[in-house]
Every structure is written in structure tokens, then in C-alpha cells.
Write a new protein. Structure first.
Length: 80
């Protein structure tokens, strides 16, 4: 690897492999598009230099809307 946890193209190709022909906005493909009301408390873990940071922030914002209890642990940087 080149010292980075992901290359920018990797999460996109992994998402395509995961969901197949399904629309990326399908709730089963991404919790960002799901009905989140009624979930139990959610724990998020994210490093502030990783590719999924923006998605983690968007998920935390989405959890606020139906008032789902959540907590996010943010780490200064990804370590191998």
C-alpha cells in the first residue's frame, strides 16, 4: 500500500460490488437513506483523516432527525 488506508477509487468500487445492480440510494444499500426512527443507541467510530468521515457525519446528522441516541468516537488519525 502507499501509506493511505484507502485509495479514492476503492470505496466506490467496493460499494458497487456490495450493492450489485441496486440503486445506491436504497436503504438496504446505505443507512443514510433508511428510516432511522426506532433504532437503539448507535455508536460510531471514525478517524478524522479517513475516506468515510463525511459519510459518518452525514449519518450522525440523519440520526438526529428522528432523535435516535448516538455517540461518535473520533480519532486524531488512522494508525496501521
Amino acid at each position: 500500500m502507499d501509506g493511505q488506508p484507502f485509495r479514492k477509487s476503492q470505496p466506490v468500487s467496493w460499494g458497487c460490488a456490495h450493492r450489485g445492480a441496486a440503486n445506491r440510494h436504497e436503504p438496504l444499500a446505505s443507512p443514510l437513506y433508511a428510516q432511522l426512527a426506532g433504532l437503539p443507541p448507535v455508536q460510531l467510530f471514525v478517524a478524522n483523516n479517513e475516506q468515510l468521515l463525511d459519510d459518518s457525519i452525514r449519518l450522525a446528522d440523519a440520526l438526529d432527525s428522528p432523535r435516535v441516541e448516538w455517540r461518535c468516537n473520533s480519532y486524531a488519525r488512522y494508525k496501521r
